[in-house]
Design a protein around this ligand. Sequence first.
Ligand code: HEC
Length: 84
Amino acid sequence: MGKSIRPYQLFTLVSTLTLFIVVCVVMIRCEPPKGKILPLTKSWEKAVPQQTIPKGLNAISAASCGTCHVQHYQEWKLSTHAHA
Ligand code: HEC
């Protein structure tokens, strides 16, 4: 007798599943289409100005920044942020 699903358990299960499905649908619909350039629409958005890549910088990786900024890179490498 004790194994049957009680009404509040069914309610909790159905509510959780419904919430999960709603969150999934919202996340899928909010994701911008891949490869599509979207215009700036929010007041806080700013375009990054066109810049030339500094001499000696072949890639935008922390290690490549570290070739010149040695001390900053060594300090950052040990930080929690670097392992996030
Ligand atoms: C080829 C050497 C070199 C590389 C590689 C390099 N930088 Fe620099 N960086 C410099 C120099 C030199 C300055 C100082 C420029 C100045 O003061 O005009 C500087 C300045 C900066 C500053 C400004 C610091 C301040 O006090 O205003 C930041 C931030 C910075 N670099 C970040 C980066 C990042 C992030 C990368 C990697 C994507 C990187 N740098 C790669 C040489 C380099």
